[in-house]
Design a binder for this molecule. Structure first.
Ligand SMILES: [Zn+2]
Length: 286
C-alpha cells in the first residue's frame, strides 16, 4: 500500500467508491510473507508513526545481511550522525505517560514507547494518543517476564497478546516492528536462551531494540535532577554517535526530568530521531 496521510486515504476511499475500485493498484511491490498492513477503512488506520522508511523493506534488507537484526544490542548503535532516539518503557501509565506526551508535544520531539500489553488493555486511550501524536509503539511483552526463562511458545504468546492488545486499543491492525525484551534479557542475563529468543524475533519479524548508556532513572525517586546529571555524564559533548536513551514512562521523576534532558540534547546540537530511522540507516545505509 502506498504511503498516504489519513486525509489522502479518505480521499482515495471516496474516489475508489466513485470509480468502483477500477483504478490501478497503488503499489508495485511484490507480495512478501510480511503481515499485510490493514486495508484502509474510511476514518481508520492513519500512517504508522515514526516510519520514515518502509519497515518491511528495512526488515528484508536486515535479514539478508544479519542473522539477528536489532538495534543497540551491544550498547551502541552502529550509525554515527549525532542523533538521539528517546525511548520509554513499561507504560502506558495513566499519570506519567500523558505528562511525557505533553512534554514531547511541547518540544515537537518524537519517541518510541515500548508498551506492556496488559497496561495497553487497561489504558487504550493513552495508546491512541501515543499514535495520534506521531510516536512509535514497540512491543514490551504482555506481562513483563524475564524471557531468558521462556520457551519459544511462551515468548510467542507474550508478543502476540501484546500485538493484539495494541490492535484492539487502536481499532485497527498496527504492526509493531520493534520490541524490547524486559530487563534486556536474554542479552544481559540468561544468554543460554538467546538462540531461542532470536529465532522467535526472526519469525515474528521484530527488531529487538536495547539502549546505549542511559541513566538509571528508575532508581532516582523524587530526584529528576540526578537523571539529568546522569544524561549529561553519559554523553560527552561533540561525540557524533547515535544514541538510544532508555527512560521509563512509569516513573514520575523521569517525566519531570524530560524537559531538562531535551534541553541538554538541544544545547549539544543533537538531532532527535526515531528507532525506525536508526534501523533504516543501519540496514539500508543512509
Ligand atoms: Zn521493562
Amino acid at each position: 500500500m502506498r504511503r498516504a496521510t489519513a486525509l489522502t486515504l479518505l480521499l482515495l476511499a471516496v474516489v475508489a467508491l466513485v470509480h468502483g475500485f477500477s483504478s490501478s493498484p497503488a503499489s508495485s511491490s511484490p507480495a512478501t510473507s510480511l503481515p499485510a498492513v490493514a486495508p484502509p477503512e474510511i476514518g481508520a488506520a492513519p500512517e504508522p508513526p515514526g516510519a520514515g522508511a518502509d519497515m518491511s523493506v528495512v526488515w528484508s534488507a536486515a535479514v539478508a545481511s544479519d542473522p539477528s537484526p536489532g538495534l543497540a544490542i551491544s550498547g551502541q548503535t552502529t550509525t554515527q550522525k549525532g542523533r538521539i532516539a528517546l525511548t520509554f518503557d513499561d507504560g502506558p501509565d495513566p499519570v506519567v505517560t500523558p505528562q511525557v506526551l505533553d512534554t514531547l508535544l511541547a518540544y515537537d520531539v518524537e519517541a518510541t514507547f515500548f508498551v506492556v500489553g496488559r497496561y495497553v488493555a487497561q489504558h487504550p486511550e493513552i495508546v491512541q494518543r501515543i499514535v495520534a501524536e506521531g510516536h512509535t509503539l514497540g512491543n514490551h511483552t504482555y506481562t513483563h517476564p524475564d524471557m531468558s526463562f521462556m520457551n519459544a511458545a511462551q515468548m510467542n504468546r507474550e508478543l502476540r497478546r501484546t500485538q493484539r492488545a495494541v490492535d484492539r486499543a487502536l481499532g485497527y491492525e498496527h504492526q509493531m516492528f520493534v520490541m524490547r525484551p524486559p530487563f534486556g534479557h536474554p542479552y544481559y542475563g540468561g544468554a543460554d536462551n538467546l538462540p531461542v529468543f532470536e529465532r522467535v524475533m526472526r519469525r515474528q519479524q521484530l527488531f529487538p531494540v536495547l539502549w546505549t548508556p542511559s541513566p538509571h532513572d528508575y532508581l532516582y525517586d523524587g530526584q529528576p535532577g540526578r537523571i539529568i546529571q546522569d544524561v549529561k555524564r553519559e554523553r560527552a559533548p561533540g561525540r557524533d554517535y547515535d544514541g538510544v536513551l532508555l527512560l521509563h514512562d512509569t516513573k514520575q521523576q523521569s517525566a519531570d526530568a524530560l524537559p531538562g534532558i531535551i534541553e541538554h540534547y538541544l544545547s549539544e546540537g543533537l538531532e532527535f530521531t526515531g528507532v525506525h530511522e536508526l534501523l533504516a540507516d543501519k540496514y539500508l545505509g543512509g
